[in-house]
Design a binder for this molecule. Sequence first.
Ligand code: SF4
Length: 248
Amino acid sequence: MIVFNYGGGRQTTAMCILIAKGILPKPGVVVMADTGRENDSTWDYMEAYTRPLLKTLGLEIEIANRELATVDLYGGNGDLLLPVFTQTGKLPGFCSNEWKRRVVDRHLRATGRTDGTRWLGLAFDEKRRWIDKHNVTEGKWKCVCPLVDLMLNTDACLTIIENYGWPLPITSSCWMCPHKRNAQWRHLRDNYPEQWQQAIELDEEIRENDEQGGVFLHHSRVPLGEADISKDESASVERRCSLGMCFV
Ligand code: SF4
């Protein structure tokens, strides 16, 4: 069985179109983890475009429920799970593993899917993200990145979506994700002001809970509400989680 980890972003949107065109085989399961904090733009796009398309193929996007996560912002040892910025660096993020990977694993087990191939939506140009995942077997699952096999990079995904007549989806992530670039923060602020406000409040909350008070969602290491998000960073700045289940 093929399990397609749908992420709601550009790569997995292009994969939906490739399935509809018969370029990729029809998977047995399409599943997306609900972190409880996903950008509304991701759900809006899914409902408007990808879910209806997959439905015409007899495929339903299954949502792995957030209640399957056993931890929220802090792990069992009390450590913050988000990849936040500190005064001297950046913490490793464990949220993707706890809120997505493990949640999807539990959803699959609970629904009797215990082996097969799992698709991740990493593009050919994201080699640093797929090099240790593509064609790797873990237990009874083999992980495959179909866009890598097809040698399709992120720009090619955008072209596939545009040629299909769809608008480009906003990069998928949680609304408070520290990996966000300034353009993504601006989009949140300008289009989803409630989630922007929630992100500002969460940014304050994690600092209050931090003994040194030195953790930040924004890479400039100032409170999010005060951060200068007006300018785009250099294209070479790369801040994405390594699991391949976010920003896809
Ligand atoms: S999008 Fe960001 S905050 Fe959300 S699970 Fe992924 S790395 Fe964590």
